[in-house]
Design a binder for this molecule. Sequence first.
Ligand SMILES: Cc1cc2nc3c(=O)[nH]c(=O)nc-3n(C[C@H](O)[C@H](O)[C@H](O)COP(=O)(O)O)c2cc1C
Length: 360
Amino acid sequence: MDKIRERVKIRNIWTKNRIAVPPMVCFHWSDDNGYVTDKNLQHYRDIAAGGAGLIIGEATAVSKRGRLHETQLGLWEDKQTEGWKRLADAVHRYDVPFLVQLLHAGVSGIEKEADCPSDYILRDSNGELRARGCGMSLSRVHEVIDDFVQAARRAQLAGLDGIELHGCHSYLICQFFNRNINRRDDIYGQCREKFALDILEGIRESCGDDFVAGIRLGAFEPALEDGIQNALTLNGKADFLDISYGFAGESFSYSPEGYPFSDAIYGAQEIKKWMPDMPVFGVDGITDGEMAENVLLHAGIDMVDVGRGFLVNPAFGNDILEGKDCGKCLHCRPACRWSPFLNDGTVNCPGRNLFLRNQK
Ligand SMILES: Cc1cc2nc3c(=O)[nH]c(=O)nc-3n(C[C@H](O)[C@H](O)[C@H](O)COP(=O)(O)O)c2cc1C
């Protein structure tokens, strides 16, 4: 397992190894004000101590209106910076670079009449109305771009190394990318990548050269060809591409029959072929060190994201590097869909409970 131990340069930072912990929301620990709590602090300290090569902090709202959940962390006001400074200090103590994922949920958030590139009706799996997307005016588009830039500036003030834009999984930036949702006839519809590009440009102007700004992008938005096109437009503008899935229900993921890893990893592999100099991350279903190493070698990507593995075992990174039992996610998806951590701090994760029992 040599590849996984290597460090990767992303703009002005070096990762500790090739394992990134991707953003994972920990709802219920904060409240309606979106402030960092001691539980968040303990959580990030544990995974930093546990061998992560890079940590991308959970999806964090750039405005109250753009939230995905009422108890989501935020960076929409200056006072929230203090809590993020505590997180950054705790993570940096282990020499792990620390980014935060910035999110506006658009039609996939808590608002029933929500910001969206164009009018759009979002339905749940039973066909019931979940939210109504209201096409944003040009001035509203500019306001939201500024919300992202201001949130990035706060992250920088807090001492973080950079940000990742949440540009996939059905949220606002992804809604702009996806032609099934973005039917605008102005410049933000003629060039669907412009929304993300303007945010990145604003962050670069506001935060300067020594601040990482990458994006989590759907490989299939709605199809792989679109994902590749989006990635090519962002090449040279974003500092890394963290490749995942597109807008649920409005995108079509796939991989060739017999492909040994997830569709998202296949998408990352195909995107990487077009941009050898761009750090590209892949994700989904990596459960142990051997698999992580094989993904790096086979897909030719730069970093592997391990999410649920670190929820099962916060020392996942150290354990795979030392060849120890790292535990296993049992893929009981509903249990950790919103958060594996309950309000009282207990863990609702069968994989983690099993791992802890086996350690005794
Ligand atoms: C509890 C939980 C919270 C998540 N929160 C986020 C998030 O805030 N932002 C995001 O882009 N993805 C989020 N995801 C998706 C993960 O980042 C990751 O892509 C997914 O879990 C697949 O990787 P894995 O198989 O290594 O867990 C979340 C996943 C889980 C399980």
